[in-house]
Design a protein. Structure first.
Length: 155
């Protein structure tokens, strides 16, 4: 994991620098700097707008009595997008703008879910003498017990 992070912190800035130099070669330095500034300004405006909308959806989910898991995921992706947009560069800006769009967040959510769900195996066993009742998601009382066992991830 450390080597992957180290590689990312070395390779991504090198790619960003190469892309910015290419843009400078095809245009000029002033245009490249203006492009970085404009993407930062537009990105901060969009991140704020999407963040406020995600916050309202989060509050709405809580008011409806449902778990705001999707809203939390959206909020985390928006924060990550804002951090990417603060980093000067074209590649990080493209990824940041992708995460600011609802369609981009949905694509990332589906991709990550598909990738990580393949690593898990869920098995449910019930006791023959226990009375099973369906979980009523509208009730505010969440006093039920889940019995679980841990497992070791396959490599």
């Amino acid at each position: 994991m450390f080597t992957r992070l180290l590689a990312a912190f070395i390779i991504v800035p090198l790619i960003e620098l190469a892309l910015l130099l290419q843009v400078t070669m095809y245009t000029n330095l002033r245009t490249t700097i203006l492009l970085v500034i404009v993407t930062g300004v537009i990105g901060s405006f969009l991140a704020r707008r999407e963040g406020v909308m995600a916050w309202f959806r989060f509050q709405s989910a809580l008011a409806e009595g449902r778990a705001p898991s999707r809203e939390i995921q959206d909020g985390l992706m928006i924060v990550f997008a804002a951090a990417l947009l603060l980093t000067p560069g074209l590649l990080t800006d493209a990824l940041g703008f992708t995460l600011l769009l609802p369609q981009g967040r949905e694509f990332v959510r589906r991709t990550l879910l598909k990738r990580y769900m393949q690593r898990f195996h869920v098995q449910v066993n019930s006791q023959p003498d226990s009375v099973q009742q369906p979980l009523n998601r509208n009730e505010r009382d969440s006093s039920f017990t889940i019995d679980a066992e841990s497992f070791q991830r396959k490599n």
